[in-house]
Design a protein around this ligand. Structure first.
Ligand SMILES: O=C(O)CCC(=O)C(=O)O
Ligand SMILES: [Fe+2]
Length: 354
């Protein structure tokens, strides 16, 4: 059971599929305790094949091995407005006071054609993916097929996890059904270069301390450690150990708000001082963008007011993005301004690029 100073437990999710009522009940209780404690757990025994996880991890590395100018051709900031494609090193800064983050990313989502109502109505992160060209990646069709297969299976798993979450709140298993229909989710391939050992003190981060903006996140890590969860009780950072085949599951801000802060969207970060390159793949499950979220049943006492008003999924997620990217942009502008005042060239190349 999670307690002060305990790393997120590894739960066997096969109990959900097994038909063994006692095992399923135990899973529900374990998940509930994690949600109340720090909103993090790992799961094994799910239906996403290990072999598929390994193939998408292989593509993760292959993608980032492309030369920078090829990745920049599908830069998410310049090639589209629906949040797909390549994200340059140091684009994000989630933790106030730290330096822009030492990670690069590649955003993928469901393949939404330009004729789809979500694209036409500019719904949250909805549109065609941005793939490398055939010229730069001759087997890009395999990359696409693997990424989309992986995406859909993880989204299905997210829906099963939401069934368990409904049970943790004593709701009917399909309570989240309307919310999960036509849901938006975003997956990002991430690459963290190895950082110097003094990174924690020097305030350089792979990804700064943050909470996720969506409903739930399902993260695949490779073998290289670096992810840490903040333990509110002991005020220490706990390592989330890479576990073969496991997904790290954590609740995002939308779920915390929806549950009236009963369930926790917890602070986490990555600092990669392993001496090796690190790769990971989070899938952020947002939900149906038009779904209106307001305090879940069984999350407040009789007569108690809900802490938050109604909000659509789309509004809630977009609010979180604006904060984190705005911070990185401001930092870069300030750095460029400082360099100009000092009469020098901007210190870092990315100041000009971003
Ligand atoms: O790469 C990881 O292990 C964590 C990534 C993460 O927290 C995020 O992308 O929000
Ligand atoms: Fe995160």
């Amino acid at each position: 059971m999670p307690g002060a100073g305990a790393a997120p437990p590894i739960l066997d999710f096969s109990a959900f599929y097994s038909g063994d009522a006692a095992a399923k009940q135990k899973l529900v209780e374990d998940v509930r305790n994690c949600c109340l404690h720090n909103g993090f757990f790992q799961i094994t025994g799910h239906a996403v094949p290990l072999e598929l996880q390994q193939r998408i991890m292989g593509w993760n590395k292959k993608f980032f091995d492309l030369p920078l100018e090829q990745k920049m051709k599908i830069n998410k900031d310049t090639s589209n407005t629906w949040n797909r494609g390549y994200e340059l090193f140091k684009s994000q800064m989630l933790e106030e006071g730290t330096l822009p983050e030492l990670k690069e990313g590649f955003y993928i989502g469901d393949e939404i054609p330009k004729t789809h109502p979500y694209f036409i109505n500019k719904k949250l992160n909805s549109g065609p993916n941005m793939w490398p060209s055939l010229e730069h990646m001759p087997d890009v069709e395999d990359f696409k097929a693997t990424a989309l297969d992986y995406y859909h299976r993880v989204v299905d798993l997210a829906k099963d996890i939401l069934k368990v979450l409904a049970l943790t709140l004593d709701l009917e298993e399909n309570w989240f059904h309307a919310f999960t229909e036509d849901a938006v989710a975003t997956m990002r391939l991430l690459h963290y270069p190895s950082q110097p050992a003094d990174s924690p003190a020097k305030l350089t981060r792979g990804i700064g301390a943050h909470t996720d903006f969506g409903t739930i996140t399902l993260l695949l890590q490779d073998k290289v450690a670096g992810l840490q969860v903040y333990d509110n009780a002991t005020k220490e950072w706990l390592d989330v150990r890479p576990t073969p085949g496991a997904f790290v599951v954590n609740l995002g801000n939308l779920m915390m708000r929806w549950s009236n802060d009963k369930y926790i969207s917890n602070v986490h970060r990555v600092i990669n001082v392993s001496g090796q390159e690190r790769y990971s793949i989070p899938v952020f499950f947002s939900g149906n963008p038009d779904f209106v979220v307001e305090c879940l049943p069984n999350c407040r006492k009789e007569g108690e007011e809900a802490k938050y008003g109604r909000i659509t999924v789309e509004q809630a997620v977009l609010g979180g993005y604006a904060d984190s990217y705005g911070r990185a942009e401001k930092f870069k502008k300030d750095a460029a301004e400082k360099a100009k005042q000092a009469g020098g060239v901007p210190a870092a190349k990315e100041v000009a690029v971003a």
